[in-house]
Design a protein around this ligand. Structure first.
Ligand code: NAP
Length: 317
């Protein structure tokens, strides 16, 4: 028996996935959303979200994602709490498999997001949202006149440190080498800022505090000496990993694994925005955008991907 061919399957359930689902549902495309076993994306790991427009007093991350989900469901999006285990984009209709079951669809929107890379310390995980963060634009406000550290030596670490100086009294950047991966302009900006200091050749080996962060233990990688630093917050900026393992070999990914969006103009250009290297497969959110990584930008990309998919589907008929 031939499987039912869907118009659109959406893989992912963060702000990008659910916004794509909302728009696709309202366009009567009856989207099927693979939300994953752990649905909701990175906002499920945060507490107060104060930079999502429309919520004057802020909103809890999990509550915001519940709202996203209910709004998409209200217009008929079908949501499955299953992880996609394989895709086949080599022929149309596309195949999307979750375990033993395979679904077919004319169009697919990829919105699987990216994961923050954490240091992997036990107390770090326990104190996320209680002084441990990976998003200065989201959480810097909570560290007014407080001392914080940023871990990392790339552009993100410099950007996080600079953002934090708007609120925090002192910002120490802890980096494992004495050379930075960040661009010169970002390093210069950070060095010129009087609130920022650097602790180099050092790694954080423990996060101190029971209910909230009270300090970090740092080891100098040269002489293995350890010291404790009393601080109120630790921002981890050691990179992100896009969730694209299942797409390897099926579409163009960049060297870090992010989905590559086809340019709208120029050589090899796409007629539809948010289209990937595979005609009919669209992308939205942090899985392709390593620059902004905000809930509101991800939601915007989700809207764009759904509108473009709708336009593309119409042109196929
Ligand atoms: P990144 O460039 O990969 O830098 C990650 C940093 O974290 C590196 O300094 C690395 O150290 C360190 N690190 C990695 N794993 C670690 C660990 N387990 N413990 C301690 N330190 C660790 O990542 P990113 O800074 O997030 O930047 C990602 C991309 O976005 C880059 O292309 C960047 O240019 C871009 N970006 C641009 C801007 C901007 O232009 N304003 C802002 C943000 C990001 P090592 O150097 O020793 O490897």
């Amino acid at each position: 028996m031939n499987a039912v061919v869907r118009k659109v399957i959406i893989i992912g359930s963060g702000p990008a996935g659910f916004t794509a689902a909302l728009y696709a549902a309202r366009a009567n495309l009856k989207p099927l959303v693979f939300a994953g076993i752990k649905w909701g994306g990175q906002l499920m790991l945060t507490t107060d979200v104060e930079n999502y427009p429309g919520f004057v007093e802020g909103i809890l991350g999990p509550k915001l994602m519940e709202n996203f989900r209910h709004q998409a469901e209200r217009f008929g999006a079908e949501i499955l709490a299953e992880d996609v285990t394989a895709v086949d984009f080599k022929s149309r209709p596309f195949s999307v498999s979750a375990g033993a079951k395979t679904y077919k669809s004319q169009a697919v929107i990829i919105a699987t997001g990216a994961e923050t890379n954490w240091l992997g310390l036990p107390n770090e995980q326990k104190l996320i949202g209680r002084g441990v963060s990976s998003c200065a634009p989201c959480d810097a406000w909570f560290f007014k006149d407080k001392k914080v550290v940023v871990v990392g030596g790339g552009d993100s670490a410099m950007e996080e440190a600079l953002t934090l100086t708007k609120f925090a009294s002192e910002v120490s950047v802890i980096h494992r080498r004495d050379e930075f991966r960040a661009s010169k302009i970002m390093i210069d900006r950070a060095k010129k800022n009087g609130k920022i200091s650097f602790i180099l050749n050092s790694v954080v080996v423990d996060v101190l505090g029971k209910d909230k962060v009270s300090g970090v233990k740092i080891e100098n990688v040269g002489d293995n000496s350890e010291k404790e630093l009393a601080i109120d917050g630790m921002f981890v900026a050691i990179g992100h990993s896009p969730l694209t393992k299942i797409f390897e070999g099926e579409m163009a990914l960049d060297k870090k694994g992010y989905v590559v969006k086809k340019p709208l103009l120029g050589e090899g250009s796409a007629r539809y925005n948010m289209m990937t290297s595979v005609e009919g497969v669209f992308v939205a959110g942090d899985v392709h955008d390593y620059h902004y990584r905000q809930a509101v930008t991800a939601a915007g990309f989700g809207c764009m991907a759904a509108m473009e998919a709708e336009k593309w589907l119409e042109a196929q008929e």
